[in-house]
Each structure stands twice: as C-alpha cells, then as structure tokens.
Design a protein around this ligand. Structure first.
Ligand code: ZN
Ligand code: ZN
Length: 408
C-alpha cells in the first residue's frame, strides 16, 4: 500500500470512528486512549472530533517500553498498586454522559510473556480493582464509546512473523482496513448493511425465548443455560437519550447473557487467548453447574488458572456470542492474537462479568443469573465445524447454526 492510500484510509478510519462508532455529539469531550505508536491516527481523530463539535479531546497514551520497564525495574510492592484516583475520575466523567470514550488498541501480544507470572497476575488484579468505576460506567451504557484497532510494530510482528516490519505492518493494515470496511467507498453504508443482518439474527434469537444453547463440533460438547429474561444484542447500541453508537469496529457478533449456574460439558477453544500479556494455547475447560471445574492448556496453563481464580465470578460465564464463520475476519484466515479481532471471527463465551445491557432495565440481576467479576475474558469456541442448537423452555431443539453458519 502506498503512502497516499494509507493516509486516505487512516483518515476514513478516524472519520468512521468519530461519526459512526462514537457518534460524537456536539459539546461532548472525548476521552481517548492509544498506544504511543498510534500518534498519526490520534491526530486525525482529534481533527474529526473537533469538526464534529467536540469540547475537548483528552489523550492518554500507553507505551510497551514503559510497561516493560515497570516489570524490569519496579520495586516489589508496586505490582499491588494502581492509580484508583485516575479511574475514579474517568468513571465519573463517563457516567455524566458529557464525555465520550474512544479507544485505539494495538497491544503487542505476549508483551509480558517472559516476565514473572506472579508479578503480572498481581499487577493485572490491582488494575482490575482500580478500574471498577470505569468498567461500571461502560457496562451500564452511560455514554457513547467506540474502540478501533491500530497496527503497531509488535502486533504486526506477531501476526506475520516471517515478514520484515514494513511488510508485516502493510499486510496487517490491509486486513484491518478490510475488516473495518474503510476500504469500501462508503464505509458507513457498508456497516449499516451489516448491522441490518445482525439485527435480523438478534431478533430471530430473541423470538425463540430459549432456555439454553448447545454447542457441538471439534471436540466441544457444551450446554450454556441462558439468563432468565435475557436480551440478545448486536450491532449498535442506544443510550437512554436515543443516541445510537457502535462500540466495536469491527463487530460481527450477536450476544446474550448466560445463567452463571447453568453451563455443563466441555469446551475446546479454537483460538489462542491473550491474557495478562501471555498467549494461552490449547485451552480446554470442563464446566459443572456453571463453574469451570477443570482447566487445561498447552501453554500458559498457570496464567489462565490464576486468571479464572481472580474472584468468584471469574470461573463462571458472563457472555455467550454467535458469529458466522463467513464473517470477513474468519474468512481472512488470519489469527490476529487480539481478542477484539479474533472474537469477531468465531462463536465465543466470556469468563467473568456479564453486561447489564443483556437484561431488561430494572431486572433482578441476581435472580436472572447474571455474573459479576473484575474480569471479562472472551474465549473462542467456534469454527467451520460448529453446530449450535437452541433449547427451548420445553426442551425442544431448534437448529441455530450448522457448520459455522446461521440457519435461523
Ligand atoms: Zn463478544
Ligand atoms: Zn466479550
């Protein structure tokens, strides 16, 4: 890709994110998080945000070398510390609805894989605790937000390890521009068309009012009970004031809330899971009464066990999502080593916190089967071999997916 084409598509990505993803309203602030390498996109986002009427664009950067410096030179007690004051303030800003959030991510997969797992686990745990008000503001749908990818050197190198940095970056950008549909003449129109199909699936699943989903294929034999009164969600979300926004770009999923006490059987995960800076491969989990009772993995087994022991809810499910194997991300055949990408290539379940948006307003969450945890970790169980049946309240079965495709 030449420089002009790259710059053109990057501008379209910034515009898509601000106008369609965040759907920034005049007079809102933008709380922007990004890796240091993404400065060119950050600047384009600022331009688009001010054109759309932003009051202020406030950037917070993360940096791989600074993250690693902490693990190499930080004193021992620092791993139990996180700046709670910062997330308190961010949470308050987001809850007010006057601040929108835009996140640019480009994490280096496995950045901390060679660091002391105990320190990594402690740092992850203290961050998760401090992050509470921020997570709460997002999961309660208080404000409009959007998250988009950016190709960093570390990410590109992990996805295309046989190429030099320049080639790897170019290849990953091409995938990202395709997946976010900014390679199309009118990206917003393309997304509206995709959302129409997601809404059709969402509504068809809602109409079935299922008791459970049964996944089979590829060694998986798993029944996921659904929360009482569960709502299916996919595509865009609406705030209480009517603003419609699209949190994840790309997004190809429809998802709902499992009953935290009713998962039974065996899940063989079809893609690596990136957790605490480590890649977990070959993960297999057996569930009894909703709990991950047996956890094995080819790599990162200790890390993932520790992760699912973060708190009581971390070993129970908080989300179940259906994704067609024909989604552009799945069809690319590329393993992105990034959950936000890979989760849109395959059906998945998430360990940890459930989303309030998957229940009607004012529902009794505890009674419905909602899960609460400091973690929310998506793990992919879908492939071209996946069959999904819906199990009705009377035990009847409805085919929902066959060989990875929707049949409803
Ligand atoms: Zn999901
Ligand atoms: Zn999720």
């Amino acid at each position: 890709m030449d420089k002009t084409a790259y710059e053109n598509q990057l501008r379209k990505l910034a515009e898509l994110s601000v106008r369609f993803g965040v759907n920034l309203q005049p007079g809102q602030e933008v709380l922007l998080t990004a890796p240091t390498g993404a400065l060119d996109l950050v600047r384009l986002v600022a331009v688009e945000a001010y054109k759309a009427g932003a009051n202020a664009v406030i950037p917070f950067f993360s940096d791989d070398m600074m993250t690693r410096a902490r693990f190499e030179y930080g004193h021992d007690a620092c791993f139990d510390h996180a700046p709670a004051w910062l997330y308190d303030a961010m949470g308050a800003a987001l809850r007010s609805g006057k601040t929108a959030r835009l996140a640019i991510y480009g994490d280096t997969p496995g950045l901390l894989a060679d660091q002391d797992p105990q320190k990594v686990a402690r740092a992850t745990k203290s961050l998760a605790q401090a992050y509470g008000p921020f997570r709460e503001a997002i999961s309660s749908n208080s404000t409009n937000w959007n998250i988009i990818p950016y190709v960093t050197d570390g990410w590109a190198a992990r996805v295309f390890p046989d190429d030099d940095t320049e080639t790897a970056r170019g290849k990953l950008w091409q995938q990202i521009f395709r997946a976010t549909r900014v390679d199309q003449p009118d990206p917003v129109a393309a997304w509206q068309q995709n959302f129409a199909e997601l809404y059709r699936r969402r509504d068809a699943l809602q109409a079935l009012a299922l008791s459970a989903l049964h996944f089979s294929g590829g060694g998986t034999d798993l029944t996921v009970g659904l929360a009482t009164g569960h709502k299916w969600v996919g595509g865009g979300l609406a705030l209480a004031n009517g603003t419609v926004y699209a949190p994840n770009l790309p997004t190809e999923e429809v998802f709902t809330m499992p009953d935290r006490t009713r998962a039974e059987g065996r899940a063989v995960f079809t893609k690596p899971v990136s957790v605490s800076g480590t890649i977990v491969e070959g993960l297999v989990v057996e569930f009894r009464q909703g709990k991950a009772s047996r956890i094995t993995a080819d790599t990162g087994e200790d890390i993932i066990r520790e992760h699912f022991a973060t708190d009581e809810g971390a070993s129970h499910l908080g989300e179940v999502a259906l994704v067609a194997n024909s989604s552009p991300i799945a069809q690319s055949g590329v393993l992105f080593f990034n959950t936000l990408f890979d989760e849109n290539a395959a059906c998945h379940i998430a360990f940890g916190n459930s989303y309030d948006m998957n229940l009607p307003d004012g529902a009794d969450k505890e009674k419905a089967g909602a899960n609460s945890s400091q973690i929310h970790t998506d793990c992919m169980i879908g492939s071209g071999e996946t069959d999904v049946d819906g199990i009705g309240q009377d035990g009847s079965r409805t085919p929902v997916m066959r060989a990875g495709e929707f049949v409803i």
